[in-house]
Ligand binder design. Structure first.
Ligand code: NAD
Length: 498
């Protein structure tokens, strides 16, 4: 679809698009109880997009009360799975019909290229709802193996009120990974989008209502982490908190749960994923291209970004030449241009973080072989050149810490054991990739890698059937696939004496 649209088309639509920054609580648009708003600016050119309700604890209270009432009254959870499926499929249809508007919203709000917003985010979001909705009238509960005089039932029930807190890098996809299984199971949800990208969630919830989701079942409360987010995490009437974001905030949420009602906490957190290229990779040119897209796609603002490239010493010189050639195909530009593959960084704070890490890399003695600067000839936007550091040592901060920007750290290794040791030497364990044509090595290394997703001879494979989540400080639990239902259900054992 994107290729048939031009920069002029998107520029025109961007000039006409409107946003409603009010929260959505109990089936109605609402200003924050305090009357406060915060401005949303575009990272493309700092244009003012909307004033958004700056919700806090008072609004969270209202939303949680509406969610609880809807749950207790059973307006959604008592519908049959087939009925819930129908509503969620209608919602998916509406998401598809509004794909351009939703994609444009995210591009303007957080800077991702329109081709990606439309081709990836605006497709994956309805697909997530459709896939999950399709599953719910096909999943059975269990009957335990008992003696003749008893009947043991093992059933799944919705948990109740789900609080969902999500980040800005894939605003719609991250929300849908939580919303789809939560709603499919019959729960009520209060979603707190990131203050950096709240606008698509506010459009999404209005479409859900149009699809027939009863009022109070799905509420969106925009606001800051330390106000609205904290209030949701501390709320005594929230049964389960699901989160995607940084490891630091994930840890804080676990503390909030302990300080309040011991709500269940499921987190998808940070990453520093290794991409290991062995000398026997089946196609080094393809591996080099994938190494570049693994870190530069979505400006490197990806939890699974292949930010550590581990290359076998014997091929490193020739392979890095291919990588540097691939890097040149990633050119920062106006994300409204369908030919742009790398847009601006989300905001000034994140831009500073990325530039500070680039400085740190230089000071730590890594060799800068591509990029390294802010792009200044694209106006006021927050653009950074795709950046590559070679001769990186595993203990350097650019190799240990999540930068969340277009900065690649390249480390050389000699033996397979060294590659595995360096790859696993991280507090994170979200994803990892390896490239080899040796089948035994592929399995051996895949097993040894401590990561929730492992890709062989590709980067970032998988679809809705693949569970997604982290080992170690990358989080707990899994999004996507049938495993996602575990977060949104309690398991009940009912034992009947016959
Ligand atoms: P963040 O942790 O700063 O914010 C995420 C959300 O938490 C936002 O909505 C924010 O308002 C909220 N928040 C912040 N402080 C809070 C508090 N004290 N209480 C409650 N809520 C609070 O993360 P971000 O900058 O939005 O996103 C980038 C991070 O997200 C990266 O670390 C990235 O790796 C991670 N991420 C992980 C995955 C995954 O699936 N594992 C996917 C995407 C992004």
């Amino acid at each position: 679809m994107a290729t048939t649209r031009t920069l002029d088309y998107w520029t025109q639509r961007a000039a006409e698009i409107t946003f409603d920054g009010r929260a959505w609580i109990d089936g109605a648009a609402r200003d924050a109880a305090s009357g406060e708003t915060f401005p949303c600016h575009s990272p493309i050119d700092r244009r003012h997009l909307a004033d958004v309700a700056a919700c806090d604890a008072a609004d969270i209270d209202l939303a949680v009360a509406a969610a609880r009432r809807a749950f207790d009254e059973g307006v959604w959870r008592r519908k049959s799975p087939a009925q819930r499926k129908k509503v969620l499929q209608r919602f998916a249809d509406l998401l598809e019909q509004n794909a351009e508007e939703l994609a444009l919203t995210d591009t303007l709000n957080m800077g991702k290229p329109i081709s990606d917003a439309l081709g990836i985010d605006a497709r994956a979001t309805p697909n997530c709802f459709r896939w999950t909705a399709e599953a719910i009238d096909k999943v059975y509960d269990e009957i335990a193996p008992t003696g003749d005089d008893e009947l043991g039932l093992v059933t799944r029930e919705p948990v109740g009120v789900v609080g969902a807190i999500v980040p800005w890098n894939f605003p719609m996809i991250m929300a849908s990974w939580k919303l789809a299984p939560a709603l499919a199971m019959g729960n009520s949800v209060v979603l707190k989008p990131s203050e950096k990208s709240p606008l698509s969630a506010l459009k999404l919830v209005r479409l859900a209502e149009e699809a027939g989701l009863p009022s109070g079942v799905f509420n969106v409360v925009p606001g800051f982490g330390h106000t609205a987010g904290k209030a949701l995490a501390l709320h005594n009437d929230v049964d389960t908190l699901v989160f995607t974001g940084s490891t630091g905030v994930a840890k804080q949420l676990m503390i909030y749960a302990g300080e309040s009602n011991m709500k269940r906490v499921w987190t998808e957190a940070g990453g520093k994923s290794p991409n290991i290229v062995f000398a026997d990779a089946p196609d080094l040119e393809e591996a080099a291209k994938a190494a570049a897209s693994a870190i530069f796609f979505n400006m490197g603002e990806v939890c699974t970004a292949g930010s550590r490239l581990l290359v076998e010493d014997s091929i490193a010189d020739a392979f890095m030449e291919q990588v540097r050639a691939a890097v040149k195909t990633w050119r920062p530009g106006n994300p409204l241009d369908p030919n742009t593959n790398i847009g601006p960084i989300v905001d000034e704070g994140q831009l500073k973080r990325v530039l500070d890490y680039i400085d740190k890399g230089k000071r730590e003695g890594a060799r800068l072989t591509a990029g390294g600067n802010r792009v200044t000839d694209l106006g006021d936007g927050y653009y950074v050149e795709p950046t590559v550091f070679e001769d990186v040592q595993p203990e350097m901060s650019i190799c240990k810490e999540e930068i969340f920007g277009p900065v690649l750290s390249v480390v050389r290794f000699k033996q397979e054991e060294d590659a595995v040791r360096i790859a696993n030497d991280s507090i994170y364990g979200l994803a990892a990739a390896l490239w080899t044509s040796n089948l035994s090595r592929a399995h051996r290394v895949a097993r040894a890698l401590r990561a929730g997703s492992v890709w062989v001879n590709q980067y970032d494979g998988g679809d809705m059937t693949a569970p997604f989540g982290g080992y170690k400080q990358s989080g707990n639990g899994r999004d996507k696939s049938l495993h996602a239902f575990d977060k949104y259900s309690e398991v009940k054992a009912t034992w009947i004496k016959l």
